[in-house]
Design a binder for this molecule. Structure first.
Ligand SMILES: Nc1nc2c(ncn2[C@@H]2O[C@H](COP(=O)(O)OP(=O)(O)OP(=O)(O)O)[C@@H](O)[C@H]2O)c(=O)[nH]1
Ligand SMILES: [Mg+2]
Length: 205
């Protein structure tokens, strides 16, 4: 894997409950989306190393994982890998636990924006819609990123993309179509992240 923009990164903290959330003022980018959509995979792609655990079975990430990044020009922030939602095989208790952890995380942090990952094959499903409404209710800016683009043939991609956009998908930058081996898109996404962080800092919020 290459890391064109030379980000330095490390696992800062793994939190299974609220009391384990780290002390940190650095801006955070929360990676959220359905179980198995490819959150941990995309974080690995952006960081240029296999640092987040990935599995073909949904429900792999159970904790909130903070990856501290030092990017160019001393920009420091964290990519935060969240457990996925909507994994049907989970018990009710686990779903309540997921909600409690994610809700407390969002209520208590310096989150600059949420990266909402959406499987390019399926588009926005019912529980994605619920997530969008919930993020909007908190005025949380979000960037949509499509994952698993490689599972759709190149000829069908633009049409599908246009359809999802015309269905009203809102994102502070145009969503990109990512794939686990697509280094070029990863580099563009790294650029997007820096651009958003810098513009939010300029606004002083
Ligand atoms: N073909 C293809 N497979 C992918 C891609 N991204 C992820 N996967 C696969 O999808 C599965 C789930 O990936 P993860 O990154 O673990 O998904 P996650 O969203 O972190 O899942 P949870 O931790 O369960 O919430 C793994 O088998 C990955 O190899 C992609 O772009 N293309
Ligand atoms: Mg994961």
């Amino acid at each position: 894997m290459s890391n064109g923009r030379l980000w330095k990164s490390d696992l800062l903290c793994t939190a299974f409950n609220v009391s384990q959330l780290p002390q940190s003022d650095a801006p955070e980018i929360a990676f959220i989306g359905r179980s198995n959509v490819g959150k941990s995979t995309l974080i690995n792609l952006l960081l240029g190393k296999r640092i987040a655990k990935v599995s073909s079975k949904p429900g792999k990430t159970r904790s909130v994982n903070f990856y501290r990044v030092e990017a160019e020009e001393e920009i420091v922030f964290s990519l935060v890998d969240l457990p996925g939602y909507g994994y049907a095989a989970r018990s009710r208790d686990e779903r309540v636990g997921w909600w409690r952890l994610v809700n407390s995380y969002f209520n208590d942090r310096n989150i600059f924006f949420a990266a909402h990952l959406i499987d390019f094959r399926h588009g926005v499903l019912e529980n994605d819609r619920e997530l969008i409404d919930w993020l909007d209710g908190m005025d949380m800016p979000r960037v949509a990123v499509f994952t698993k683009g490689d599972k759709i043939s190149k000829g069908r991609r633009q049409g599908l993309y246009n359809k999802y956009m015309s269905d009203g998908l809102v994102s502070i930058l145009p969503p990109r179509i990512a794939s686990q081996d697509d280094l070029e898109t990863a580099d563009k996404l790294r650029g997007d992240i820096i651009e958003i962080i810098e513009s939010i800092k300029k606004l002083g919020c």
